[in-house]
Write a protein that binds this ligand. Structure first.
Ligand code: SAM
Ligand code: SF4
Length: 266
C-alpha cells in the first residue's frame, strides 16, 4: 500500500513489550517508567492478526522490538507464529543481546532470519554506565551465539552522541569489521523535542524514503516515530487502524509526546 506521498509502506515494526532488563540512559529513566499492565499488552494472537492483515496490505518486512523483546514470555512461540505467515521476506529482531546466549538457537529454529544487536561501546565500564545495569560480556556472548545460530546478517546498532568519528563508535566499527558484523550508527534522538537524524548505514530517520509503520505493545498503529498519531486496533479494528495509519502518515516527523523509545521500539 502507498501513502499520500507515494511512499510504499512495506515494513512493520512490532514492539512486543514495554519492559526491559536494561535501563539505557537515553531510553529510560533510572527508576524505569510506569509499565503497562499485562492485560493491556497485545496477545500473540492479536499480534499475529495485525501482522497477517499488514502482510495482506503489502508488508513484507517485519521487525520485533521492545522494550527488550527477549523478556517477553514465550517470545520463541511468537516467532514461530509469525514465521508461518506467507509473504514475509524478512523477519528480524532488535535486541540488546543480553539473553541471546539462551535464545539465539531456538529463535533461529523458530524461523527468525536475523538480529540487530545494540552495542554503543566496547569499554566494559562505559557499557555499564550507558545501560546502568548491563554487563558487556553478556552482550558479546549474545553476539557470538547469534553468529553460531546463523542469524545473519548481524547488524550492530550503535547510538552516537555527536558523530561516528567519536572513539567509542570507531571502536565498535573496528570490532564489527573484524567479526563480520554490519554497523549502523544511530544519532541519539529525542522524541519530545523532535530531535532526530538519519541513521548511518541504515534507512531510519530519512522521511523521504520512510516505508515504516509501527505496532506498539498496547495495540496502536503509529504511522511515524516522531508523531503523536496512533490508531488503536482495539477501538478501530485491525484493518481500519492500519488504513488510517498508512493514510495519515505524515510527510515528515515532528514530535512524539505520547511514546517513549521503550514502548515504540525505536
Ligand atoms: N531493547 C532492544 C535494544 O536495545 O536493542 C530493542 C528496543 S530499543 C528501544 C531499539 C533501538 O533504539 C536500540 O538500538 C537503541 O539503542 C535505540 N534507542 C533507544 N533510545 C534511543 C534514543 N534516544 N535515540 C536513538 N536511538 C535510541
Ligand atoms: Fe532497554 Fe533497548 Fe531501551 Fe536500552 S535501548 S533501555 S536495552 S529498550
Amino acid at each position: 500500500m502507498y501513502d499520500r506521498f507515494n511512499r510504499k509502506i512495506n515494513y512493520l515494526r512490532i514492539s512486543v513489550t514495554d519492559r526491559c532488563n536494561l535501563r539505557c540512559t537515553y531510553c529510560m529513566p533510572a527508576e524505569g517508567i510506569k509499565m503497562l499492565h499485562h492485560s493491556e499488552i497485545l496477545s500473540f494472537d492479536e499480534i499475529t492478526e495485525v501482522t497477517k492483515m499488514a502482510v495482506s496490505m503489502g508488508v513484507d518486512k517485519v521487525r520485533i522490538t521492545g522494550g527488550e523483546p527477549l523478556v517477553r514470555k514465550g517470545i520463541v512461540d511468537l516467532i514461530k507464529m509469525l514465521a508461518a505467515i506467507q509473504g514475509i521476506n524478512d523477519l528480524a529482531m532488535t535486541t540488546n543481546g543480553i539473553f541471546l546466549n539462551k535464545f539465539a538457537k531456538p529463535l533461529a529454529e523458530a524461523g527468525l532470519h536475523r538480529v540487530n544487536i545494540s552495542l554503543d561501546t566496547l569499554d566494559p565500564e562505559k557499557y555499564t554506565n550507558i545501560t546502568r545495569v548491563g554487563k558487556i560480556e553478556d552482550a558479546l556472548r549474545g553476539i557470538e551465539a547469534a553468529k553460531q545460530a546463523g542469524l545473519s546478517p548481524i547488524k550492530i546498532n550503535c547510538v552516537i552522541t555527536k558523530s561516528s568519528d567519536e572513539p567509542d563508535a570507531q571502536m565498535v566499527k573496528k570490532f564489527c569489521e573484524t567479526n563480520g558484523l554490519h554497523v549502523r550508527f544511530i544519532p541519539q534522538m529525542n522524541l519530545e523535542t523532535g530531535d532526530f537524524g538519519i541513521v548511518e548505514g541504515g534507512e531510519g530517520g530519512n522521511c523521504k524514503i520512510c516505508n515504516r509503520i509501527r505496532l506498539t505493545s498496547e495495540g496502536k498503529i503509529m504511522p511515524c516515530l516522531f508523531s503523536n498519531l496512533g490508531y488503536s486496533i482495539k477501538e478501530l479494528g485491525v484493518k481500519k487502524a492500519l488504513e488510517l495509519a498508512i493514510g495519515n502518515k505524515p510527510r515528515s516527523g515532528s514530535v512524539n509526546h505520547i511514546n517513549h523509545f521503550n514502548n515504540i521500539g525505536g
